[in-house]
Design a protein around this ligand. Structure first.
Ligand SMILES: C[C@@]1(CC(=O)O)c2cc3[nH]c(cc4nc(cc5[nH]c(cc(n2)[C@H]1CCC(=O)O)[C@@](C)(CC(=O)O)[C@@H]5CCC(=O)O)C(CC(=O)O)=C4CCC(=O)O)c(CCC(=O)O)c3CC(=O)O
Ligand SMILES: NC(=O)C1=CN([C@@H]2O[C@H](COP(=O)(O)OP(=O)(O)OC[C@H]3O[C@@H](n4cnc5c(N)ncnc54)[C@H](O)[C@@H]3O)[C@@H](O)[C@H]2O)C=CC1
Length: 292
């Protein structure tokens, strides 16, 4: 491999990773709208969350999360107390309107080597939040490395429009199929074959087709695994289920005539009227000439 084939290193970015927070403990200091947003972010990742904030400072959303939804695992109705409050956590987040205290909390967390984010203060962040898209298992994050958060949100909207609606469901189903494949062929040695077979499935089946996969169909696809083949959606379902309804009906009506496919209902109606009047006038002329 020549030097030119290696990916170029572009320093100055952040490491974009999918941090697995399940069963990890997160401390969130503050109870305003920004803290409420952070809470959603970490609960989406199944973290165990402690919120420290006097109840007089809780915004409407935070009250709802604590008292109605009850998704805050531990709520401490008080101001931040000191170093002991930070100990034992895997992540510390602050969203408070007290810059001096935020800086102190940041230093305490860093002394304990706990990753910390102080909302809106980049030098006091070991990681930044980003602009997020979520569709079931699909997650997309846009980061501008702190340079333009509004542009991050605008970019997110552009990407949102480009993502097919059923992509989340398609990924969910691919996950189920992969799990079935792994229980059928669990050996580590089967890894390369498993991977190339899954690549073929994802390339051969459209997102629409994957999104509507059912378990019995997954079993049929899996039958191809042993000889390394991947049946197409058409083979598994027959022609009827592979086409969306309107297309199926059209296909049934116009059959194999390609020209017929271009005739719109209006044109067909108009042609019908012309044909009808032509027949009527021919009959009329024929009758009149008979009489004559
Ligand atoms: C570094 C970072 C640290 C962090 O907080 O993690 C940070 C820092 C700062 N944000 C500031 C302001 C604004 N932040 C937003 C919006 C968002 N900010 C978010 C993240 C981040 N913000 C991290 C870097 C993200 C990246 O890489 O781009 C988003 C993506 C995620 C989230 O917060 O959940 C969320 C969009 C979510 C969405 O809609 O999708 C808007 C726009 C708006 O409100 O519509 C404005 C006003 C417009 C403007 O200022 O540009 C200021 C004050 C500047 C000042 O005082 O002038 C600072 C401090 C500074 O820059 O010094
Ligand atoms: N990253 C981002 O997108 C944005 C960040 N911010 C910043 O985030 C911070 C929080 O923003 P908001 O939620 O709008 O603020 P807010 O003023 O609505 O809420 C501050 C919260 O901190 C709590 N608090 C204050 N001192 C505390 C203490 N000693 N212990 C525990 N809780 C304490 C208050 O009770 C209140 O709940 C601000 O510094 C703001 O500049 C603001 C807007 C956007």
């Amino acid at each position: 491999m020549g030097q030119a084939d290696y990916p170029q290193i572009c320093p100055g970015g952040g490491l974009i990773i999918s941090w697995q927070l399940k069963r990890k403990r997160v401390l969130l200091v503050g109870g305003g709208p920004v803290a409420a947003g952070r809470l959603v972010n970490v609960k989406d990742a199944d973290a165990i969350v402690t919120v420290i904030c006097p109840s007089s400072g809780l915004c409407g959303e935070m009250k709802h999360r604590i008292y109605v939804e009850k998704c805050v695992d531990e709520y401490e109705d008080r101001v931040f107390g000191g170093k002991e409050d930070v100990m034992g956590y895997d992540m510390v987040l602050t969203a408070i309107d007290d810059a001096a205290l935020s800086r102190e909390i940041c230093q305490m967390a860093r002394a304990l080597r706990i990753p910390v984010n102080v909302a809106d203060v980049p030098p006091e962040c070991d990681f930044y939040f980003g602009s997020l898209i979520r569709r079931g298992p699909l997650q997309v994050m846009v980061s501008t490395g702190g340079k333009g958060p509004r542009i991050a949100a605008q970019t997110r909207r552009i990407i949102q429009r480009a993502i097919p609606k059923n992509l989340g469901q398609a990924i969910e189903n691919v996950g189920r199929l992969r799990a079935m494949l792994r229980s059928e062929a669990p050996q580590a040695a089967a890894g390369p074959k498993r991977m190339s077979w899954m690549i073929d499935v994802c390339e051969k089946w459209s997102f629409d087709e994957l999104a509507t996969l059912e378990e019995d169909e997954m079993r049929i696809i899996l039958r191809g695994w042993k000889d390394g083949s991947v049946p197409s959606a058409r083979q598994v379902r027959g022609i009827s289920r592979t086409l969306p309804d309107s297309k199926r009906i059209r296909k049934a009506i116009v059959g194999r005539c390609p020209v017929a496919g271009y005739i719109s209902p209006w044109l067909a109606g108009f042609a019908g009227i012309l044909l009808g009047s032509a027949i009527t006038s021919t009959l009329f002329i024929a009758r009149s000439s008979k009489r004559a």
